[in-house]
Design a protein around this ligand. Structure first.
Ligand code: SAM
Ligand code: SF4
Length: 338
């Protein structure tokens, strides 16, 4: 086990396997095109699995595959099988589910345990407004399919943006209940630079709980959160939901999360501007021990508390400028896994 400068262990990896996406969510990657990561720089499945194996010796126990849209990566079930063979106790994936129907069974068979699908609206026209693509029908089809497949857990992730989908919280909770999925609302974060984030667009945990209390009765916070980003609540109707209040109640103090971009840059925080270049170490022939030591040192020197620092700012707008974003492909949310 390795502990950072604030006593936080390295337990979880958000493993981004591509920076590409088939949607253009307004809160994530609204631009038509970006400065993409260079194809030859993307880590191969063997390289990704090797990093996970090395991290295993430093206490890593949970891996979440993400992107961009992870299902745009060819043969993803093959990677899942390779990661499952490494032996982490929790292997999960977050996807927009546009392409999920065709590979869901293979992913399950390959060893994917838990699945999170991002779903922000039940209205086709709002989907188009939010994601700039007309794909809600494909997402709903995938959800119907995976709900019956037997994943250990199916979750929905929702970002509410005031003025776009903030009036759908109650309907989305009901939808999740009918599907047998737990819904998690993520406060709209100011990562990246093209999203046009403003504080007034964020639907806070406090406001959301008030809206839900109006429909379901008072919610009760559930104990035992640990290092999980979401605070879970039992609603008046007995349904359980989660809220990731990263803007109004940052959970930096418990953050055990390392991120890796698809081109092998380790990031110690969602807001980190630089990280550790593992790709170079892998490709110049460093041994597992050498790479492990580099990662261990990197984690031990970690003092990041990005969301907490942002919360303390009086004037707050997008994290980086568009100009900065155009010179560095790794600053927007879609390269750092959400
Ligand atoms: N494409 C996949 C998806 O949408 O599920 C995986 C990658 S996406 C970057 C991972 C998660 O990040 C999604 O649940 C998305 O809602 C969330 N996300 C993206 N931008 C966000 C933002 N600005 N604030 C909060 N959550 C965000
Ligand atoms: Fe794509 Fe996911 Fe970002 Fe939406 S949230 S643009 S689906 S990476």
């Amino acid at each position: 086990m390795v502990i950072d400068g604030f006593g936080r262990p390295l337990s979880t990896l958000r493993l981004s396997v591509t920076d590409r996406c088939n949607l253009r969510c307004s809160y994530c990657m609204p631009e038509a095109t970006y400065q993409w990561l260079e194809k030859p720089h993307l880590l191969s499945f063997e390289e990704l699995a090797r990093v996970v194996r090395i991290l295993r010796a430093y206490g890593l126990d949970r891996v979440r595959i993400t992107g961009g849209e992870p299902l745009l990566r060819q043969d993803l079930p093959k990677l899942v099988a390779m990661l499952a063979a490494v032996g982490v106790s929790d292997l999960s994936m977050t996807s927009n589910a546009v392409l999920l129907a065709r590979s869901a069974s293979d992913l399950l068979l390959a060893g994917l345990k838990r699945l999170t699908v991002s779903l922000d609206t039940l209205k086709p026209d709002v989907f188009v407004k939010l994601a700039q693509r007309d794909e809600l029908a494909a997402v709903r089809l995938s959800l119907d399919l995976v709900a019956g497949l037997g994943f250990h857990e199916l979750k929905l992730d929702t970002v509410l943006v005031r003025g776009i989908n903030h009036d759908e919280a109650v309907d989305l909770v009901r939808f999740a209940g009918d599907l047998g999925a737990e819904i998690r609302f993520i406060e709209y974060m100011d990562v990246g630079g093209a999203t046009g984030w403003r504080p007034d667009l964020v639907v806070s945990q406090a406001e959301l709980l008030q809206i839900l209390a109006g429909a379901f009765g008072e919610a009760v916070a559930l104990p035992g959160r640990g290092a999980a980003p979401a605070q879970r609540f039992r609603l008046g109707n007995g349904q359980t939901i989660g809220i990731v209040a990263s803007v109004t109640q940052p959970f930096c103090a418990d953050c055990d999360r390392l991120r890796m971009t698809a081109d092998g840059q380790l990031l110690a925080c969602l807001y980190a501007k630089t990280g550790l270049d593992v790709r170079t170490s892998l490709r110049r022939g460093d041994s597992d021990d050498q790479i492990g030591h580099q990662i261990g040192d990197f984690w031990r020197s970690r003092v990041d508390q990005g969301a907490l620092q942002r919360a303390g700012m009086l004037e707050r707008s997008g994290y980086v400028s568009l100009e900065e974003l155009r010179t560095n492909p790794r600053l927007e949310m879609h390269t750092r896994g959400g």
